[in-house]
Write a protein that binds this ligand. Structure first.
Ligand code: ADP
Ligand code: ASP
Ligand code: MG
Length: 470
């Protein structure tokens, strides 16, 4: 009956938040028995520790020592203030302060190395950005001990074995399962609560890796699979998965039940509340996933299960989300018609640059293919395509390859949309009334989502108008 619970950045973002988190851990352990906790780096706006660490690393690369020093100060302030506010001087305060200080000194030393070498490898970035979680778990575990709960901080570098794809590492499942069980089960058997770093892992040779931004949710699901957990709970700062990002749409409502597929679509298309890779270990092992609010624990939040009731009518549309800062790249030319292999070569060239494509749309006349990619990759994608199609461009089979930016993808999600006619019509009319231009459209074959590409400046309005239909 193991329960894996992940606490996000805000849930460990201050002394007050950690006290609240500790209460939740206490009551869940009383109800469930064995509990494994995964924690993110401290992250209460304006100080998000992972952002700060990365900011420091990039400043070092740019030779900006002043910013590195400022970042180290901000890290000290956030952690020391929390430690002082939580831990009694006669107990573990000095010890935990010293441990946190060591990490911050190591951060400063790594920044100096980057500054001198003028080089910042993905591997170094992972070592630097992993430190936020390494500091927060030590604070949380010490506070739990002070509050009378047996807890131990664990670096996931001891549990989660990954490949060496730094910054977006993938777990090696067999090794991870063996190491996680060997390390955590004895603790659980003794009634100790492991407080594990989210976000990070290590290669087989022990080099620190990270799972990608927002990856602590994925860490929880990985541990859930490795321990055959009964459930995985994600504690965050909102009442579960909502009909839209409440920061964009204040009227957004919490959704009680969603299917794995629906949440996967939402997460993939920008709903930050869950990392898109979280769902797979849960769905494959039939582990229910709950999203709950640390600051409003009475609220039931959202439960994510294999099959969720599909709404009908407008209720078929369950949530709307957006992903910004993209560009829409188009390859077009009359000479492309009927020529086999253009699409394969287009996406082959994009993939060689390690750029991921978020949406594809092709006109039936085959005179153009367009796709959305991160705006930051635009120039490299255009260059790769121009190189791939040099001959076709010279022959004028391809007239031009161009990018429109910034654009956003706005996605409406709901499994019931499949059986409900007129959904697209309703969405288009809502945007039409605003005279808002839809640049491209794509619908997944699962019909679980409909995505529209709009001008970046129209993102908020598009999300708000569509939300009024839900
Ligand atoms: P954590 O640190 O707990 O992982 P995140 O900031 O990563 O927290 O994710 C929670 C945030 O996700 C919320 O504060 C909210 O602004 C944002 N969010 C975006 N889309 C949604 C959505 N559909 N439902 C709920 N929250 C959303
Ligand atoms: N701290 C990491 C990040 O900010 C991981 C997480 O919060 O899930 O990306
Ligand atoms: Mg998150």
């Amino acid at each position: 009956m193991t329960l894996v619970m992940k606490f996000g950045g805000t849930s460990v973002g201050s002394a007050a938040a950690i006290r609240q988190t500790a209460e939740l851990i206490r009551s869940c352990q009383a109800d469930w028995g064995p509990v494994v906790v995964v924690a993110s780096a401290m992250g209460t706006q304006p100080v998000k520790v992972t952002d700060l660490l990365l900011q420091g690393a990039y400043a070092a690369l740019a030779g900006d020592e002043a910013t590195c020093l400022r970042v180290a100060d901000a890290l000290r302030q956030a952690h020391y203030e929390t430690i002082d506010g939580l831990l009694a001087p006669e107990k573990e305060r000095q010890q935990i302060l010293a441990e946190n200080q060591q990490f911050i000194e190591r951060f400063a030393a790594l920044c100096r190395a980057v500054l001198v070498l003028g080089e910042l490898t993905p591997r170094a970035l992972d070592t630097i950005s992993a430190m936020g979680e390494q500091m927060s778990v030590r604070i949380l575990a010490a506070y739990l001990r002070e509050a009378g709960l047996p807890a131990g901080a664990i670096d996931a570098t001891e549990l989660l074995v990954t490949d060496d794809n730094f910054q977006s590492a993938a777990p090696l499942w067999a090794e991870t399962t063996a190491q996680t069980q060997a390390r955590l089960q004895p603790l659980l058997d003794q009634g100790i609560i492991p407080i594990v770093t989210g976000f990070i892992g290590a290669t087989q040779t022990g080099v620190t890796t990270t799972l990608g931004r927002g990856g602590s949710d994925f860490s929880a699901a990985i541990l859930g699979q490795a321990l055959a957990a009964q459930e995985v709970w994600i504690w965050t700062d909102v009442d579960g998965v909502m009909t839209a990002d409440p920061r964009l749409v204040p009227a957004a409502r919490s959704i009680p039940v969603l299917s794995f597929r629906e949440v996967a679509e939402l997460a993939y298309y920008g709903a930050r509340v869950l990392h898109p890779k979280t769902m797979r270990p849960c769905v494959e092992n039939d582990i229910p996933l709950r999203i709950k609010n640390t600051f409003n624990p009475q609220h039931p939040g959202t439960v994510i299960v294999r099959e969720a009731p599909a709404g009908n009518g407008s209720g078929a549309m369950k949530a709307v989300t957006a992903i910004k800062e993209l560009s829409l790249i188009t390859v077009e030319g009359r000479g492309m018609m009927g020529v086999p292999g253009i699409a394969a070569r287009t996406f082959g060239a994009v993939a060689r640059g390690q750029v991921s494509v978020l949406l594809i749309s092709q006109a039936s006349s085959e005179q153009s293919i367009c796709f959305a990619a991160p705006a930051g990759a635009t120039d490299s994608v255009l260059a790769a395509l121009e190189q791939e199609f040099t001959a076709e461009l010279q022959r004028k089979d391809i007239d031009r390859i161009w990018a429109l930016r910034p654009v956003a993808i706005v996605t409406v999600v709901g499994a019931g949309m499949r059986g409900t006619p007129g959904i697209a019509g309703r969405i288009f009319s809502a945007l039409g009334r605003e005279a808002l231009n839809i640049i491209a459209i794509a619908q997944g074959s699962s019909e679980c989502s409909v995505s529209l590409v709009v001008d970046g400046a129209d993102t908020a309005t598009a999300v708000q108008r569509i939300h009024e239909l839900l």
